[in-house]
Write a protein that binds this ligand. Structure first.
Ligand SMILES: *Cc1c(COP(=O)(O)O)cnc(C)c1O
Length: 223
């Protein structure tokens, strides 16, 4: 099942799109099944879960953290050696903690800044204005061990495709302004992470470079 689902998705993906298989709430055996079908990048949303699963998978598995990250869990998260990317940096305060803990751990870490464009107040992240201000203030220059690789965002939870498209468009436009005008000298700022199971085709049309798909690969989650 899992390998068929994966093949279905991967065979239709444009070459330049990176697929993050979101394995949260699914057991390590399910992750291994996807690994054996060729998938290497997995996304998790809870520190405890990623910490317990990571040792059960082969060493070349790449882990992405996509959930809300509490500052008191950062050190634990950074202990995962093959943690490749944190998608969900939703405040400057969190970013400062990540940077400080990465220095302490003697490692570097790649991150994305989360942009909030959706209607739901419960979703977190910087507003477009905040992120652009942060970039024009060149705050990234003060980071010692953290590299900002791009942006991440979610669309409003709605069936209205036009609304979803407009949300993704806002995220990509913000990215374009940063790389085009605000901070064109930023190195390796090349990731736009957007699109989940129900809306990733729209996200790709609107300029995603990375998608995060869970349910369409692993099935429904039981919380
Ligand atoms: C759970 C989750 C996903 C995957 O959602 P699906 O609808 O199962 O594809 C993607 N991104 C984030 C931030 C998530 O928390």
């Amino acid at each position: 099942m899992i390998s068929e689902n994966l093949q279905n998705i991967v065979s239709k993906l444009p070459d330049n799109i990176t697929l993050v298989a979101v394995s949260k709430f699914h057991p390590a055996e399910a992750v291994l099944e996807a690994y054996n079908a060729g998938q290497r990048i997995f996304g998790e949303s809870r520190v405890q879960e990623i910490t317990s699963k990571a040792p059960l998978l082969p060493e070349d598995t790449e882990w992405h953290f996509i959930g809300h990250l509490q500052t008191n869990k950062v050190a634990q998260l950074l202990r995962i050696g093959n943690l490749k990317l944190i998608h969900s940096i939703d405040s400057d305060r969190l970013l400062q903690v990540v940077d400080k803990e990465a220095v302490k751990a003697g490692r570097t870490v790649d991150v994305l800044l989360e942009i909030h464009v959706a209607d739901e107040e419960t979703k977190s992240g910087f507003s477009v204005a905040e992120i652009e201000q942060w970039m024009s203030d060149r705050k990234f220059e003060t980071l010692k061990a953290t590299h900002i690789r791009g942006v991440m965002g979610m669309a409003t939870n709605t069936d209205d495709i036009a609304h979803i498209r407009a949300d993704f468009h806002s995220i990509r436009e913000c990215y374009n302004r940063i790389i085009g005008e605000i901070a064109p000298d930023l190195r390796r700022f090349d990731i736009v992470s957007m699109g989940m199971s129900h809306d990733y085709p729209v996200a790709i049309e609107e300029g995603a470079t990375m998608i995060r798909v869970g349910t369409n690969i692993f099935g429904e989650r039981t919380y």
